[in-house]
Design a protein around this ligand. Structure first.
Ligand SMILES: CC(C)(COP(=O)(O)OP(=O)(O)OC[C@H]1O[C@@H](n2cnc3c(N)ncnc32)[C@H](O)[C@@H]1OP(=O)(O)O)[C@@H](O)C(=O)NCCC(=O)NCCS
Length: 182
């Protein structure tokens, strides 16, 4: 994971119909720990991490870095969206020089099934398209992760390839930049 690149960070909080995308704050710490400790969240992304380890390791203000948005519903964190540069050593690329912007999403299980991840991801992609309009965005998910696969399709990602990684089939997709017409 490398820096996102020439973008102004942090942007002003982004408001959607129901949500706010913003920088992490100290009050989000418990939700960060919950996200990484949740067996449900971890099912397709390497499993949960021990809560006591997280309690020791997570800083007072967690996750503050370019490309990481906390998703806030009525003042409380329900998940996060990330836009990072994809490591060149990993399989799955659409540019010869690699380092593509890659979307990630993780929401607390009680916030699944309401369209919040879709709403927040669309807003983050909109922000990225304004900042770096010519760049595609890629996404990699376990093919068995039905919710993630449905979300990727809804957001306009299309399959580039599938490959084996971490002992499972991975789906790798791209969302091309919208080219202005006329
Ligand atoms: C992947 C993940 C973010 C998807 O969350 P999600 O809530 O299913 O995704 P969406 O925001 O697209 O919500 C879709 C659901 O909301 C429902 N919904 C309810 N109200 C809605 C509304 N107002 N607008 C849109 N959808 C709505 C949809 O019908 C759909 O339900 P269904 O899945 O039962 O068909 C979530 O499962 C997660 O955090 N997983 C763990 C982390 C992970 O695996 N991340 C992927 C790493 S690559």
């Amino acid at each position: 994971m490398t820096e996102l690149g020439p973008v102004a960070w942090p942007p002003a909080p982004i408001r959607t119909e129901r949500l706010v995308l913003r920088e992490p704050e100290a009050r989000d710490r418990a939700a960060f720990i919950e996200l990484f400790a949740s067996p449900e969240v971890g099912t397709y992304i390497g499993g949960p991490r021990p809560r006591d380890e997280l309690e020791r390791a997570v800083p007072e203000v967690p996750g503050r870095r370019p490309g990481l948005f906390v998703i806030d519903l009525d003042g409380a964190m329900i998940g996060m969206i990330t836009l990072d540069r994809r490591d060149a050593e990993r399989p799955g690329h659409v540019r010869p020089d690699a380092g593509e912007a890659e979307l990630g999403y993780m929401f607390l299980p009680e916030a699944w099934g309401y369209g919040y991840a879709a709403e927040a991801s669309a807003a983050a992609l909109g922000w990225f398209a304004d900042a770096l309009p010519t760049e595609p965005v890629v996404l990699c998910t376990r093919a068995a992760n039905d919710r993630s696969m449905r979300l990727a399709a809804k957001l306009g990602f299309t399959e580039v390839e599938r490959f084996e990684e971490y002992g499972a089939e991975q789906w790798f997709g791209v969302r091309s930049p919208v080219t202005p017409s006329g």
